[in-house]
Design a protein around this ligand. Structure first.
Ligand code: ADP
Ligand code: ZN
Length: 524
C-alpha cells in the first residue's frame, strides 16, 4: 500500500513540479529505490535525464539532499534551473567567498534548502562535518561517479574520499550516477563507494541519430578541412591529441574561412571560458580541442564531432562523440584514422612501467583500435563493448552504408568457437589461434590441447586472418573478453550456441590483411 502512495506522489511531483508527463526509462525505478532507502547506481547515457533521478526524491524526503558534483559551472546551472522551478537549492564550492559559504550553510542548517550541491573537495573535511552535523541529511547523490575509478578515463583524486560517506551517513541512501558504462568502472564505483546491495540501472547506450564514420587518413589536414567546409556553418568539435596540433588545425580551418578557435588546458582560464561561451552562443562554429574540452559542454546543436587523432580509449571516444546531436537530430561522428596513430599510442603506453593499470589502459586502447579496424557495424562494436549484447547492424555507420566484402563465415566461426570451448574458455586470442593452427609449442603440449579435434583445423589460414575473424566475432557479440590477473580470456556468449549448432546464417567480412598487419606493429 505504502508503495502505491509513493509512486503516486513521485508521479505527481514529476508532473506538478518538473512539468513532465511521464518518466523516461530507468527514472522511476531509480526514484523508487531512493525513496525506499536503497542505494543505487544509475548508468545512463548523457542527456537521458540523470538529474531527475535524484532531484525528484530530494523533494519527497523530509531533510536535505547532498549532491556531489565535480564541475563548478554545471553546479550553478543546475541550481539556477532548480530555483527557476521553485525548488530551494544552493551550492558550496571554492568559487565563493567565506561569507557566501557561511550564508549557504546557515540556510541549510535552518532547513531552508532541499538540495545542496557540493564539490568533492568540500566533503569529508572537519569543517564540513561540524557544519553538516547540524543538518538533517536524508539522501546523497554522487554525480559523475566514474571519477572515483582510477581505471576510468576521468579519475579525480578528490573523489576517492567519498568512500567514507556511507559510514558517515549510514541512514541516507546513496545514488551514484554516471554516463560511463564500462563494467570495470562500474565495479569500482560500487566498491569504492561501499554501496549496500544497490539497485542497478544500466540504460541503453545507443545514440541512433549519430552516424559513425571512419575516414582513412591520406592527407589528414586537407581531408579534415574539406570535411568541416562541407558542414556549411554547422556547429562542431574537432578533437586532437596535443595542444600544438589543436592550434595548428584551428589555424588551418581559419585560413579556409571557417570560424574556429582552439581550446586546451595550456590556456588561461578566462580565455577558455570565452571560447566555450562563444561556442555555446554560436559565435564560433568549430572548437578544435584537446580532451580538456569536456564535461562542461552543454550544447544541444553540435552537428559533428571529428577526431583528428585516435582517442586513448573507446569510452573516451564514446563520451566525446556523444557531445554531438543532443537534440536528437542527425549528427556525425567522424574518426580520421591511420594505423600508425594506434601504434603511436600503443608505444607510449608500453613505455610506462608494467602495472595492472597499464594493462587496463592497454585493453581499452585495443578496444578503440578494434573499433577503427572493425569490419562489422561500428555501433555494434561500441554497444557490445559496453555490454549491450546486440547483433543487428545499425544502418547508420560507414560499414553499414558501404559494406566491405562478405563471405559465409559460419564454418570459420564454428572452428573458433569450438576451439575456445574445448580449451575451457581459459585462454586468450593468441593461444586459441595457436591451437587452431596446430602450433607445436610447450604450453599447448602441457595442456594436451594437441590431442583435441580442433587442433590444426585452421592450419590453412594465417594468424592475422584468424585474428580478424575473432575480432569480428567479438564485435558481433558471440565472444566476450574477460579480464583476469593473467590476461584477457575469451568466453562464449549465450548467442554462440546457435552458431555452434549451425542454426543461423553468419556472414563475415573477408579480412583485409594489409590493414591488420600494420596495426599490430607499433614501430610504424
Ligand atoms: P543527463 O544528466 O543524463 O545528461 P539531464 O538530467 O541533464 O541529463 O536531462 C536531460 C534533459 O532531459 C533535460 O533537458 C531534462 O529537462 C530532460 N528530462 C529529464 N527527464 C525527463 C522526463 N521524464 N520527461 C521529459 N524530459 C525529461
Ligand atoms: Zn552500423
Amino acid at each position: 500500500m505504502e508503495k502505491t502512495s509513493e509512486i503516486l506522489t513521485a508521479l505527481q511531483v514529476l508532473k506538478e513540479v518538473f512539468g513532465y508527463q511521464s518518466f523516461r526509462p530507468g527514472q522511476e525505478e531509480a526514484v523508487n529505490a531512493a525513496l525506499q532507502g536503497q542505494d543505487s547506481l544509475v548508468v545512463m547515457a548523457t542527456g537521458n535525464g540523470k538529474s531527475l533521478c535524484y532531484q525528484l526524491p530530494a523533494l519527497c524526503f523530509p531533510g536535505l539532499t547532498l549532491v556531489i558534483s565535480p564541475l563548478i559551472s554545471l553546479m550553478k546551472d543546475q541550481v539556477d534551473q532548480l530555483l527557476a522551478n521553485g525548488i530551494a537549492a544552493d551550492y558550496l564550492n571554492s568559487s565563493q567567498t567565506f561569507e557566501q559559504q557561511q550564508q549557504v550553510q546557515n540556510k541549510a542548517i535552518a532547513g531552508q534548502l532541499k538540495l545542496l550541491y557540493l564539490s568533492p573537495e568540500k566533503v569529508m573535511t572537519n569543517s564540513f562535518f561540524s557544519f553538516i552535523s547540524l543538518c538533517r541529511v536524508s539522501f546523497i547523490a554522487i554525480d559523475e561517479a566514474h571519477c572515483i575509478s582510477q581505471w576510468g578515463h576521468d579519475f579525480r583524486p578528490e573523489y576517492t574520499q567519498l568512500g567514507g560517506l556511507k559510514a558517515s551517513f549510514p541512514d541516507a541512501p546513496i545514488m551514484a550516477l554516471t554516463a560511463t558504462a564500462d563494467s570495470t568502472t562500474r565495479q569500482d564505483i560500487l566498491q569504492n563507494l561501499r554501496l549496500n546491495r544497490p539497485h542497478l540501472y544500466v540504460g541503453s547506450f545507443d545514440r541512433p541519430n549519430i552516424r559513425y564514420t571512419l575516414v582513412e587518413k591520406f592527407k589528414p589536414m586537407e581531408q579534415l578541412c574539406n570535411f568541416v567546409a562541407a558542414q556549411k556553418g554547422k556547429s562542431g568539435i574537432v578533437y586532437c591529441n596535443s595542444r600544438n596540433k589543436a592550434e595548428k588545425v584551428s589555424d588551418a580551418l581559419k585560413k579556409r574561412g571557417i570560424s574556429a578557435a582552439f581550446y586546451h588546458a595550456g590556456m588561461e582560464v578566462s580565455e577558455r571560458e570565452r571560447v566555450q561561451r562563444d561556442f555555446q552562443r554560436d559565435n564560433i562554429q568549430v572548437v578544435v580541442a584537446t580532451i580538456a574540452f569536456g564535461m562542461g559542454i552543454n550544447k544541444s546543436n553540435v552537428r559533428f564531432v571529428a577526431h583528428f587523432d585516435l582517442s586513448r580509449s573507446i569510452e573516451a571516444y564514446y563520451q566525446e562523440t556523444g557531445r554531438a546531436g543532443r537534440d536528437d537530430l542527425p549528427a556525425e561522428a567522424v574518426l580520421f584514422y591511420e594505423p600508425a596513430d594506434y601504434g603511436w599510442l600503443h608505444k607510449i603506453l608500453m613505455e610506462e612501467p608494467e602495472s595492472a593499470q597499464r594493462d587496463v589502459k592497454l585493453h581499452k586502447l585495443e578496444a578503440i583500435g578494434e573499433f577503427a579496424e572493425s569490419q562489422t557495424c561500428r555501433r555494434l562494436v561500441l554497444l557490445n563493448y559496453f555490454g549491450e549484447n546486440r547483433q543487428k547492424p545499425c544502418g547508420n555507420c560507414d560499414i553499414c552504408l558501404d559494406p566491405p566484402k562478405k563471405y559465409d563465415g559460419l564454418m570459420d566461426a564454428q572452428k573458433i568457437l569450438s576451439a575456445i570451448y574445448r580449451t575451457g574458455q581459459r585462454f586468450g586470442v593468441q593461444y586459441v589461434i595457436g591451437v587452431l593452427r596446430g602450433m607445436n609449442n610447450q604450453k599447448i603440449r602441457e595442456h594436451r590441447h594437441d590431442t583435441l579435434s580442433v587442433y590444426g583445423i585452421g592450419k590453412d589460414k594465417s594468424k592475422e586472418y584468424w585474428q580478424s575473424v575473432i575480432r569480428q566475432l567479438i564485435h558481433l557479440g558471440f565472444i566476450r573478453q574477460v579480464m583476469n590477473d593473467v590476461g584477457v580470456m575469451l568466453h562464449l556468449t549465450e548467442s554462440a550456441r546457435a552458431v555452434l549448432r549451425g542454426e543461423i546464417k553468419l556472414e563475415l567480412a573477408t579480412p583485409r590483411l594489409s590493414a591488420i598487419a600494420t596495426v599490430s606493429s607499433p614501430q610504424r
